[in-house]
Design a protein around this ligand. Structure first.
Ligand SMILES: Cc1cc2nc3c(=O)[nH]c(=O)nc-3n(C[C@H](O)[C@H](O)[C@H](O)COP(=O)(O)OP(=O)(O)OC[C@H]3O[C@@H](n4cnc5c(N)ncnc54)[C@H](O)[C@@H]3O)c2cc1C
Length: 249
């Protein structure tokens, strides 16, 4: 029976107000709450549902990042994944390097489906799934808001500018999750205890023979401009007058 590989990226929690370092070289992460990238949590939930329907035998969560990324993998195991792989590195891993790492793991594990989030909420690249499908030479179904499996095929409903599009791909394939695919389950305390005993393999980038050399250089981070003070209007007529004065209507 088939396996599903799921990417779990460690990112700053989406509830945290991100602060840019005073010298603009990055964002402040010291003492900041880190979590699973929300799109990846949705990808994992979908993989678990596929397994619960009997269409997969094993769900393997994969993290690429520092030793601390084990925390997010343990959460993934507590949600229900069977085992975890951490490709440990302190280097910045850009989408192409991440895709190359996943390709190496695909060669080891031969999954039927690789489920990734459509984007990381930290760097917003929306590239890893697409690059992986190209490197793997297999179909991709991105922005999935519904996944239906039918033997060796998957029918995916995806959100596009014009509405919803339904496509069918042959498996193995890469699927990337959109926000509306599902609602991830909560982790219960007994599951956290059980997750401590589940296998978590740690590999190095060197084990996989992949380079993390950068394709681009980030020059500077700028915080968004602060919001201007608003004004209170007493009725619609005053609102319209104020908008007219600003040339907005
Ligand atoms: C669910 C969803 C939410 C989105 N939200 C946002 C948002 O919040 N903000 C935002 O900015 N955008 C958003 N977008 C993206 C945006 O609406 C467009 O989808 C996107 O900008 C165009 O990408 P594409 O998929 O058409 O890209 P592609 O088809 O990959 O095309 C990209 C570019 O490649 C070149 N190209 C591709 N094919 C050809 C060809 N045959 N000949 C010549 N050149 C070609 C063109 O230069 C083209 O513009 C969203 C999209 C989706 C689906």
């Amino acid at each position: 029976m088939s396996k599903i590989l799921v990417g779990l990226k460690r990112v700053v929690d989406y509830n945290v107000r991100v602060r840019v370092k005073p010298d603009g070289t990055g964002i402040v992460t010291d003492g900041v709450k880190m979590s699973i990238n929300p799109f990846d949590e949705i990808a994992l939930e979908e993989a678990l549902r596929i397994k619960e329907k009997g269409a997969a035998a094993e769900v393997i969560v994969v993290g690429i990042g520092p030793a601390d990324a084990q925390q997010q993998l343990r959460t993934g195991l507590a949600m229900g994944a069977d085992r975890a792989i951490l490709v440990q590195t302190d280097a910045t891993v850009e989408p192409l390097a991440a895709a190359r790492i996943f390709l190496q793991l695909i060669e080891k594990e031969s999954p039927q489906i690789v489920l990734l989030g459509k984007q990381g909420i930290d760097d917003d690249n929306n590239q890893t799934g697409q690059m992986l499908a190209a490197l793997w030479n297999r179909p991709q179904a991105t922005f999935a808001s519904k996944v239906e499996l039918d033997g060796a095929k998957a029918r995916i409903t995806r959100e596009v500018d014009a509405g919803l599009e339904t496509i069918e791909v042959d498996l193995p394939a890469v699927i990337t999750s959109d926000l509306r695919l599902n609602e991830p389950r909560y982790v219960k305390l007994p599951d956290i205890m059980k997750a401590k005993k589940k296998p978590l393999d740690v590999l190095s980038i060197a084990d996989l023979g992949v380079s993390t050399d950068s394709q681009f250089k980030t020059l500077k981070y700028d915080p968004p401009a602060g919001r201007q003070k608003g004004i209170m209007v007493k009725d619609v007529a005053e609102l319209v007058a104020a908008l007219k004065q600003k040339g907005l209507v």
